[in-house]
Write a protein that binds this ligand. Sequence first.
Ligand code: SF4
Length: 360
Amino acid sequence: MENQLQKIVNPLLAWYDTHRRALPWRIDRDPYHVWVSEIMLQQTRVEAVVKYYTRFIRTLPDVRSLSEVPEDRLLKLWEGLGYYSRARNLKKAAEMMVRDGGGVFPDTFDSLRKLPGVGEYTAGAIASICFHEKVTAVDGNVLRVVSRVTGSRENVLLPAVRRRMESLLLQVLPDDAGSFNEALMELGETVCLPGSAAQCGECPLRGNCTAFRDGIAAELPVRVKKTQRRQEQRTVFLLMTEDGRIAVEKRPDTGLLAGMYQLPNVEGFLTEEEIRVAAETWGMQVLDIAFLKEARHVFTHLDWLMKGYRVRVARPAGAFLWVTPAQLREQYALPTALKPFAPFPTAWKKRGRHSSGEQE
Ligand code: SF4
């Protein structure tokens, strides 16, 4: 992996030398210009930022003027970019620079990180581009290029993966780290585009790119978001007749566990009294109720927390199918979620003729 990144340094720098876009914040390597442009670029594409940037710098040409601008004037300049907290942070940071450093821009990664609204990426960009510090500046574009060049299928949304990629880049950073960082970003923004838009035919790295070699550029980088699971409490009924038959019912043909057979269950944790009432409304006469166990089942977007009860009944109701444990085991596909409450070992795997596939 290291060697692969080492091999891209020279072709990338040579490409950047001739292909870099002429952008107003690249005219000089003034930290104020780079800083303002980077904050604006966090939310908008380059083409749109040029207009805002030009007006902003014309109105507020330096740290001191930014520190003194009235807030409503500042927000007016920011209008259309959104995320007004970023504009407020710019002003706060400028005030801090004037108060603590006489208006002089901090010149190291560590001191830049102390400014409000300046994260690792922005600090890395300013420190490397303006002050020649050998630090990385890793944004989404850079993660995409690195994932593809190295053919990494690791989830780039995980901090540990990001750290690993940063450290691989750090190992190959040339003396002109600023140009290298800019070149990587530029390549990600103009050539190594997301999804199937990657322009591999025009890419200076294709000779050293695993994704290009394997034809998997469109699949990388891998981004897996943590899903927010809804938790749901359920009460599960193991309804049993005196001769040992068990109530099952078919789930609706659409939605969660579509078309599968299940033990009757309802939302919420019911008290024994509520369990009795529920069984009676189903038309049964309850003989006794015994708590069985608690269980949990995690679906993709849902988390079932379940409490199961064995309810012996005298009058089986017609709303359910009443089957023997053997029939349940042999002929009905019970969802994994409910197997802990079934009257047979949970290791049971056999599928019967009613199996419909488990959509969990
Ligand atoms: S060859 Fe294609 S996938 Fe590889 S870095 Fe270049 S543009 Fe990206």
